[in-house]
Design a protein around this ligand. Structure first.
Ligand SMILES: [Zn+2]
Length: 480
């Protein structure tokens, strides 16, 4: 009995031992893989950060899909940099008289000197943008940290003066050769929208540019669907003030509306060029800045929402300016429309195939795309039309009245297009806006009582030739 008890105890011990071993083994199998996964996650994250760092180093910007609204009417965004100054009140008076809203990229230093003008810019319904604190290139482009500090310093000044934290930023001198991919990326992380321009009035080429020179520059500029014009309201720009009324009247006559820039407007951005500044970004510094900018964005989410509400309010105030003679023209006798493709062929669109609404030419999507050498596929089930042209794919969605733009197969942006129509089984689209979306532009338009002519420059590296083939076009580099 004693013996048996002893044996039973031994057996129990063995069972206990086996259980412990089993437990240990299972712990090993459960915990090791879990630990391994965790460390994989960390190293994957680290790897991702390094990959991003390396990618940005080569000047490539990561794809960033955002949704913008394309205005129905051709629109001019007047922008004034380097103020406010003594001249700003004159600019504001002209804008007020013309019932036009604009955007002022102000300097923090100037804002401190003219606080009342900063308040008036905002009160009058214009957009206040950030143009750094002191505009000193050497400081701003020596290191992102300095740039970022100046943006925040000015922002605090604007917040205290006019209770607004501008989301829009314009880089002094423009981004080209000043910004690298790190600058762009970090500004993006912090939630800012950096915008350059597509028309330079030339009012800052040198000191005291004559009125007529600015006027000729404006008249010679291409008429894109959305025009962002660079002007200056800093001291010494009396010519800008003088030329402004005739510039506004010129675009009004062409059927353009005027609007302040908002976060809904697709920003004009120059491509990343070779930096003219020698900067060294280390991985550690980049990671530090990334953390800082992301934290800033988190802290200002609520402020951004308020800003958006204010912008919505502004957008509602946007003045729609239509020229009356344009409406009269649309009622005139039908004429064929001549289309000249710069560096390519010309073709004619019969009067029955297009229409004029205000000063806007509208025509069937398929006709336009095929004439310039692309293709259109209609997907009846989805009620979408896909237009292929060069590196671009446009997906027209009738049900949502939106356009999705793809470049080389990557979705890059979605636009709403309220003026898309469906007529006699055809999608009717505005000519200028569609050409813009395809990376081209209208360089010249003649619409009068006996002639209708449009010149189109196509920029997706391909141009339509007589023999129907797509040929590489080196005429248009990806310049600003
Ligand atoms: Zn400037």
């Amino acid at each position: 009995m004693r013996f048996r008890v002893q044996r039973a105890t031994n057996r129990q011990k063995r069972v206990q031992l086996s259980l412990v071993i089993l437990l240990l083994v299972s712990l090993f199998f459960f915990t090791i893989p879990a630990k391994a996964t965790e460390s994989d996650g960390n190293s994957a994250q680290v790897q991702e950060g390094q990959d991003l760092f390396q990618k940005l180093k080569t000047g490539k910007r990561p794809q960033n899909e955002k949704t913008y609204e394309t205005p129905e009417q051709p629109t001019v965004y007047l922008t004034f940099d380097d103020g406010p100054s003594k001249l700003t009140s004159q600019v504001l008076d002209i804008l007020d008289k013309e019932n036009v809203k604009a955007t002022f990229f102000a300097l923090g230093e100037q804002a401190q000197a003219h606080p009342a003008l900063v308040k008036r810019i905002v009160q009058d319904g214009h957009t206040l943008g950030n143009h750094s604190y002191n505009h000193v290139y050497k400081e701003l482009y020596s290191d992102f940290q300095t740039f970022w500090d100046q943006i925040q310093r000015s922002e605090d000044i604007f917040a205290s003066l006019a209770d607004t934290r501008p989301q829009l930023v314009r880089a002094p001198g423009g981004t080209y050769t000043n910004f690298d991919a790190y600058y762009y990326y970090l500004m993006d992380q912090a939630g800012y929208i950096v915008t350059d321009w597509n028309v330079d009035s030339g009012d800052s080429k040198r000191v005291h540019v004559p009125v007529n020179e600015i006027w000729q520059t404006i008249k010679g500029a291409p008429l894109e669907h959305e025009i962002n014009i660079l002007f200056h309201d800093g001291s010494g720009h009396e010519s800008t003030v003088e030329v402004l009324p005739q510039v506004i009247s010129y675009y009004k006559k062409l059927g353009y509306a005027f609007a302040p820039l908002t976060s809904q407007v697709k920003p004009k951005q120059f491509p990343v060029g070779k930096s003219k500044w020698s900067r060294n970004m280390s991985l550690a510094h980049f990671q530090e800045l990334m953390k800082e900018t992301q934290q800033y964005a988190l802290a200002h989410i609520q402020a951004d929402q308020d800003q958006k509400d204010a912008e919505q309010h502004l957008a509602n105030q946007t003045i729609v300016a239509r020229e009356e003679t344009a409406q009269i023209l649309s009622a005139q006798a039908a004429l064929p429309l001549q289309v000249h493709v710069v560096g390519g062929s010309s073709f004619t669109i019969e009067p029955s195939a297009y229409q004029l609404r205000a000063n806007r030419i509208e025509l069937p999507l398929r006709l336009l795309i095929e004439k310039i050498g692309g293709q259109v596929e209609w997907q009846d089930d989805k009620k979408t039309a896909n237009a292929h042209f060069g590196v671009y794919d446009l997906e027209y969605d009738l049900s949502t009245r939106s356009i999705r733009l793809y470049t080389l197969g990557n979705s890059v942006a979605t636009y709403s297009l309220a003026d898309m129509n469906f007529k006699d089984g055809k999608i009717i689209v505005p000519l200028r806006k569609t050409i813009d979306l395809l990376g081209g532009r209208i360089t010249d338009t003649v619409i009068d009582s006996n002639k209708r002519e449009v010149s189109v420059a196509l920029r997706p590296y391909y141009i339509f030739k007589e023999n129907n083939s797509l040929q590489k076009n080196s005429l248009f580099a990806m310049g600003g």
